[in-house]
Every structure is written in C-alpha cells, then in structure tokens.
Design a protein around this ligand. Sequence first.
Ligand code: IMP
Ligand code: MG
Length: 175
Amino acid sequence: MGDEIKEYISKEKLSGIVKRVAREIVRDAEDGEILLLTVMNGALPFSRDLRREIEGLGRKVRDYSIKVKSYEGMKSGDLTFEGVEENFSGRDIYIVEDIVDSGRTMDFLINYLLKEKGAQSVKVVSLLSKPSKREVDVPIDYLGIEIEDKFVIGYGLDYDGKYRELDFIGVLGEG
Ligand code: IMP
Ligand code: MG
C-alpha cells in the first residue's frame, strides 16, 4: 500500500551474478550431478535461475528444498524448520540461500546436513551477504554480492510475505 520501493540491484546485474556463480560452481564441482538444496522460499528465484545456467553449461542438476524461517517482519527471530527426508550420505551438497545475515540459518543447516544427514561436504551458495549483521561466522563458498546493512526485498526476498515477485532487488522507504 503505497510503500516506496527503490531499486538496489537491477535485474541485469542479478542475471550477471547468477551466470558468474554458475560458472564458478561448474568449474569446481566434482563429476556427476550437482545437488542443490534450496532454502525456501526466498532462494527460489535464485535457485531456479542458477539451475538453468548450470544446465546450460552442460551439467546435470538435482534439486531439493528445505524450509527454514527466521524472520518476522524485519527482525531475526527463532528458527522454524522442516527437515528433509532424503539421505544425503556421501553426497556433496550445495545449499542455495538468498541472503546470509546473522549467519544462524546457515550455521544450523551446515551442521544438520553434516551431522544428521551424513553429507560428505556442504558448500554455501548465497546470492547476498550482509557482513555487518553477522553473529555466527559461516563460510560462503559462492557469493553473489555483499550488501550494506539494508533490508532488501524482491527476487524471492520478502517483507512479511510481500514483494517476492519483483525481478530486481530493492529497498523499502528511503532505503
Ligand atoms: P540469518 O539466519 O540471520 O542469516 O537469516 C537469513 C534469513 O533471513 C534469510 O534467508 C532471509 O530469509 C532472511 N533475511 C535476512 N535479511 C533479509 C533482508 O534484508 N530481506 C529479506 N529477508 C532477509
Ligand atoms: Mg532465506
């Protein structure tokens, strides 16, 4: 309702980022299927575009999803989590995330996959990172772009369920 949205990362820039990240993953990945685990719902557009690029580079992709929710409004809250049924034992997993903020979601997921799901390795692929907000140090193996301490929306990122559908990343209000 009349919220002002300012463009922060354009659609064209996002597309360039996705292509670059896909090339980096393909460059490094072992032979065989590349297994993506998408953190729902925010990382869905990123993951979908990433998958298309990776396949365009001639690699097979399999993707799974996991739902982790940590935000109410603009504040980080407790994690709500639905596990995955698949057994990842011996597999190399690429977690695909929209943004690493405090780092708590990634820290939790990395441990879950390694300790409870038997993954052989876990790599973090994140479109965005807000290092100024970090509380837990987590490795980001493939990063799209680092951003300032702003609450961003669009390209999957929401503010209370809104604005996910934008094809660019924006900031609300005066930003
Ligand atoms: P973390 O556990 O604090 O790193 O939280 C990461 C999650 O919080 C992300 O997956 C997002 O869903 C959400 N989040 C963090 N910052 C933003 C933002 O600026 N806009 C929208 N969602 C955000
Ligand atoms: Mg997320």
